[in-house]
Design a protein around this ligand. Structure first.
Ligand code: XUL
Ligand code: CO
Length: 437
């Protein structure tokens, strides 16, 4: 047995009555529900960047979190030890997946060649660990936002040299993702946007972003990468205006540039709320066009206007999200990736476990409640009934495309005023509470 990095035992399911904080109360990985284990339904994933590279930095102060495996050795030596610690954590928390950016797992070298070599070395190690543990890669991505060269964007940078550099970096990240059997590849364009239109050719930048994505699609085809491409929308931060603002603008972008058949969406809860939407709104908008891909599971803070990336603990909100996910038929090759970080003063090793236990239990409970809600059909029959005037007669003719302004005008002129019908929102909100409390 390799060196233990966490003096904590594997987290087990003990049921809702347990008072052991280091146990699951709702997530029972092997419990079969609807012919599938909870593990396979929920497809939990750990975000490498927060859980293994996060140190508690904020704009007012440096890191607060130090980990024992980070203390001694060369940068590459630490990268490998960190990967061992990460896999020990994935196993102990019973998460079947993880996700990374290229630069989270391997340090950036002095040259692109050196960076690529570093990545290859760490990825070879990751492959061994994946094989030994059975843990899989949900998605890979490239960090196209931290380095100074990307300060004005990567694919949308006004300098073609930077565009080319980013292309080379994504090529290597796609190679790594394919080698590790990654099931998806994510584009989050943190700096693909603008600070001021005074220095920006918006149309040209969007054309370049689309070109970049077409190149990625072509390269994936060439190397036989079968994973799903995902766009992760976010309205702002770090840029003032990010081009993939929300799911709706992402759909418009993908359709405009004929990329829609190659992409789905990775929806992050805190990005949804930053865009002024609810989590389930974004899920439903993507699902309506068959483009729901994966979830970055976290939450924001209603009192703060930035991406606080907290672990999700609000069962009601997540239940609403889960209802929308299940209605859409699930996440396919996607999963629930905890793109969430510990609060700055949460510096203990067990805080990392407690945070994930909370997130996993919240989703597991929400999953069960959402299944019950859908099974009972109280909400769906209410909604079905609400639209039933479209099931026959005039409504059916509207939906089928038979009706025109003229036929409708002829018809409606002979009819009385429409009778107002209550939307029954308060009744439905009370009904939802009856499932939760
Ligand atoms: C940033 C964010 C990213 C993406 C991957 O807000 O969510 O970590 O998930 O680049
Ligand atoms: Co994210």
């Amino acid at each position: 047995m390799a060196k233990q990095n966490f003096p904590i035992k594997k987290i087990e399911y003990e049921g809702p009555e347990t008072d052991n904080p280091l146990a699951f109360r709702h997530y029972n990985p092997d419990e079969i529900i609807g012919g599938k284990s909870m593990k396979d339904h929920l497809r939990f994933s750990i975000a490498y960047w927060h859980s293994f590279r996060g140190v508690g930095l904020d704009p007012f102060g440096g890191g607060t979190i130090t980990r024992p495996w980070e203390s001694k050795g060369s940068e590459m030596g630490i990268a490998l030890k960190r990967m061992d610690a990460a896999f020990e954590f994935f196993e102990k928390i019973q998460a079947p997946y993880y996700c990374f950016h290229d630069r989270d797992i391997a340090p950036e070298g002095k040259t692109l060649g050196e960076s690529n070599r570093n990545l290859k070395t760490v990825v070879t190690h990751a492959k061994k660990l994946q094989k030994a543990t059975g843990i899989k890669l949900l998605w890979g991505t490239a960090n196209l936002f931290s380095n100074v060269r990307y300060m004005c964007g990567a694919a949308t940078n006004p300098d073609a040299h930077v565009f080319a550099y980013a292309a080379a970096q994504v090529k290597a990240a796609l190679d790594a993702t394919k080698y590790l059997g990654g099931e998806n590849y994510v584009f989050w364009g943190g700096r693909e946007g603008y600070e001021t239109l005074l220095n920006t050719d918006l149309k040209r930048e969007q054309d370049h972003l689309a070109r970049f994505m077409h190149m990625a699609v072509d390269y994936a085809k060439k190397i036989g990468f079968k994973g799903q491409f995902l766009i992760e929308p976010k309205p702002k931060e770090p840029t003032k205006h990010q081009y993939d603002f929300d799911v709706a603008s992402g759909i418009a972008f993908l359709k405009t540039y004929k990329l829609d058949k190659h992409f789905k969406f990775n929806i992050e809860t805190n990005h949804a709320t930053l865009a002024g939407h609810s989590f389930n709104h974004e899920i439903e908008v993507a699902a309506a066009v068959g483009m729901l891909g994966s979830i970055d599971a976290n939450t924001g803070d209603t009192l703060l206007g930035w991406d606080t990336d907290q672990f999700p603990t609000d069962v009601k909100d997540i239940t609403l999200g889960m209802i929308s996910i299940l209605k859409a038929g699930g996440l396919g090759s996607g999963g629930l990736n905890f793109d969430a970080k510990l609060r700055r003063p949460s510096i203990d090793l067990d805080d990392l476990f407690l945070a994930h236990i909370g997130g996993m239990d919240t989703y597991a409970l929400a999953f069960k409640v959402a299944r019950q809600i859908l099974k009972d059909k109280k909400f769906s029959s209410f909604v079905k009934d609400r639209y039933s005037s479209f099931d026959s007669g005039m409504g059916k003719e509207i939906e089928s495309g038979k009706a025109t302004f003229e036929t409708l005008s002829k018809r409606v002129i002979r009819m009385k005023e429409p009778v107002p019908v209550s939307g029954k929102q308060e009744y439905l909100e009370n009904l939802l509470n009856s499932y939760l409390y």
